[in-house]
Design a protein around this ligand. Structure first.
Ligand code: SAM
Length: 300
């Protein structure tokens, strides 16, 4: 049965380009991003930056009950752990295609191995209708098929209890210059072009974050939607406000890590570039992101 197959998703890994990938994910071309210690560091760094961006709020509303929480694509578990530290009575279920043993989870966390490209009804065990008070889904653009998104959203909404809350967040990894000077960062510009092209070839939608609002709005079960305007996260120390300047400094390190994590496999195996060329491109792009005069930013 399909459900049994996906339930037994293997956490075997394969080493490529000095990074570790989930074998299943790269063989099936589901999520072609590393799953190693460096990637865990990137996710934790990202969590910490976003925690500052959203001024330490893990969820937007403060009036919902939080008995049962679902975290889709929980990654290194930073958000799940944080919410459990704040609400130790809650029970969090995390779904991820890669669920290798992780010893740092809070109590009351349960992991389900699942490819979220598959309808959750096939799971039939924990992913049931009207089960969750809160559902969190962050940064899955690299792992969800383009055409899957509308059904994925409908399923997430179905799993909410009446009055429950769904929150979603995605980057649009189309780094831009606030002064319109991307041409002065040619390697970064090429990296962005290649990234967007490889994502589309892999049947991924790199701009899905900008479509979520419309997709949610078209579902009549959704009430009380709060859709913050697109946030442009500064990269580098250029912003006039101190708070954003501090975030910009941290973003240099995060983007530097993302430039490698998001591109090594796709640029080689999808675009056919040599590993050496990809490494050179990343090295040059990393030099360019520290130039504060370009006022670079990453749309969220
Ligand atoms: C960029 S990480 C984000 C992790 C976490 N949400 C965060 O904000 O730190 C994406 C996570 O989604 C998982 N993922 C990607 N595609 C998936 C899929 N099709 N089904 C289930 N999990 C997936 C990856 O294994 C990874 O842990």
């Amino acid at each position: 049965m399909a459900a049994t197959t996906v339930r037994s998703l293997s956490n075997d890994t394969v080493e490529l380009f000095d990074r570790e990938y989930q074998r299943y994910s790269v063989e099936q071309r589901v999520y072609c991003v590393p799953v190693d210690g460096d990637e865990e560091d990137r996710l934790t760094e990202q969590y910490e930056i976003l925690h500052q961006v959203f001024q330490h709020r893990l969820i937007l509303p403060n009036t919902i009950s939080l008995d049962h929480i679902l975290d889709c694509g929980y990654g290194h578990g930073d958000w799940a752990n944080a919410i459990l530290r704040q609400h130790p009575q809650s029970e969090v279920v995390g779904v991820d295609i890669f669920t290798a043993d992780r010893d740092e989870f809070e109590e009351n966390f349960d992991a389900i191995p699942w490819d979220l490209n598959r309808p959750v009804r096939e799971d039939g065990q924990d992913l049931r209708q009207e089960m969750y008070d809160l559902i969190n889904s962050r940064f899955l653009a690299e792992g969800i098929n383009s055409e899957r998104w509308p059904a994925y959203l409908r399923e997430l909404i179905s799993m909410l209890k009446p009055g429950g809350w769904l929150q979603m967040m995605e980057y649009y990894f189309n780094i831009q210059s606030d002064t319109g000077r991307m041409a002065e960062a040619p390697a970064l510009q090429q990296w962005v072009r290649c990234y967007l092209q490889s994502m589309r070839t892999l049947n991924r939608n790199p701009g899905i974050g900008r479509e979520l609002q419309q997709l949610l709005r078209s579902d009549r079960r959704v009430v009380n939607m709060q859709a913050p305007a697109q946030l442009n996260l500064p990269i580098g120390e250029w912003h006039t406000e101190l708070r954003w300047r501090n975030i910009g400094v941290q973003m240099v390190s995060l983007v530097s890590k993302a430039l490698e994590a998001l591109s090594l496999w796709p640029f080689v195996y999808v675009l056919g570039m040599s590993h050496v060329d990809v490494v050179n491109l990343i090295t040059q792009a990393r030099r360019e992101i520290v130039n504060p005069t370009l006022r670079l930013y990453l749309p969220l």
